[in-house]
Design a protein around this ligand. Sequence first.
Ligand code: FES
Length: 575
Amino acid sequence: MPSNNRRKFRSAEWFGPTDKGGFIHRSWMKNQGFPNHLFDGRPVIGICNTWSEMTPCNAHFRAIADAVKRGVYEAGGFPLEFPVTSLGESMMRPTAMLFRNLASMDVEESIRANPVDGVILLVGCDKTTPAALMGAASCDLPTLAISGGPMLNGRFRGEQIGSGTNVWKFSEEVRSGAMPLCDFQEAESCMSRSAGHCMTMGTASTMASVVESLGIGLPSNAAIPAVDSRRYALAHMAGRRIVEMVHEDLRMSQILTRKAFENAVRVVGAIGGSTNAVVHLLAIAGRMGVDFKLDDWDKLGRGVPCLVNLMPSGKYLMEDFYYAGGVPAVIRELGDLIHRDALTVNGKTIGENTASAPCYNRDVIRPFDEPLVKQGGLAILRGNLCPDGAVIKPSAATPALMKHRGRAVVFETIEDLHTRIDDPNLEIDETSVMVLKNCGPRGYPGMAEVGNMPLPPKLLRRGVTDIVRISDARMSGTAYGTVVLHIAPEAAAGGSLALVENGDVIELDVEARRLNLEVSDEELSRRRANWQPPQSPYDRGYYKLYVDHVMQADKGADLDFLVGRSGVIVTRDSH
Ligand code: FES
């Protein structure tokens, strides 16, 4: 029961009363061996764990939770770990992204319904980070996120190989006949050789860097390898710190301000981060009520050079990034492009945290004036093909293709692509523009990572490594190429992407931020009159809820009724 000299926390509503309700809340918890004094009104820290053996990137999270608990106890808190829906990127069908919003609802309601005063989010694999941040943002308690850390660098026959990036590369080599299947299979265990998430600058590493640059994680959160003992020390310190945050009532809304989002956009540009960060940050901002729009990505990203030489834009991996100085060194290098007065979870500003951050390897983290790629920020395109926007990652694209006109080779669905891509009679050459429809939020459903379409073998055999590809899909953060993504409105929502036909001319001009279908308005109207929306194969359950309510990519693909926050007040008890 609470002692009188403490501020009364939310959890005291459960554990404080001497009546029947208090008895029930304490008594059942005591079946785990928790002694009386833990119910004395100290802060209860919920450790929201996305652990699962089917999310291999997060499979080590029970051990990280134990390190957090040590820190919480040390600081006088009461840690309670709880599981939430986990999203394994490499496992889930049709795509983990379909379930990001579902997991966020689980996080939100689990926090709100339980006696929690402060929250630790244990996040790692791609979608677990945005899902947890979105759900927690809608509650707005003191919250600190800890990323699980990347795997150690992959090594195959003396070469460094990176998660995802080398899968795409090797797979194309097998298809072109340059790599035997037995080598391909041997590379599997060489790529994933320790606990942790993808160790390229894919979506997981990007979102871990976002956690750090938003200030919702501790300095160095992003890059410490999952198996490095310092990852566990960081978790221990996070456990101590979240207890202080509860005492200070330092809530998420004081950290996730407009300035924090602006900082995150610039860091994503400087690290050559994943295009997936676009939809995730838009969705998190939507929950938080921060005015942050798709075009902010372009405005803020202009003039941000890509400094970090990591796959898929460069050649190193996250382990190298950590040894070189990690995100703090990048933030320091960005100088005035960063709002240095943005507050972070450790109570200091991001400027204070990074003022003397060292860089130990100038080939991994380049100086601002000698970047890896001059334009690191993501570009947002407009035009009659994407009136509500589309995204391209210039640092991963082929410079010669950034301004291009070509004839469309259209695939109506992902199945159509799979059926015809290896057909030697497919009419396509290196000047063509591959167009994939019906892979957006509603169309797939879930906006799968299929935008980096494989190239036809007949082009691969001729040494062609990239052509322009456009779709309403996303692409893996570990992928590369001149790939236009997130076209909004998507084809399944009646966007003009649905009207593209084989042979139409498409113009891409990244410098001018333009993507146009060179077909007259009259002809497009004629085609629109004949267009039928595709039937969703699912008419019940979460799939139906999702398809009925998902917003387009330019709004972060959140469910429309989840935007905003409800806080944590629940007036009714269960007894
Ligand atoms: Fe989990 Fe890449 S599959 S981070």
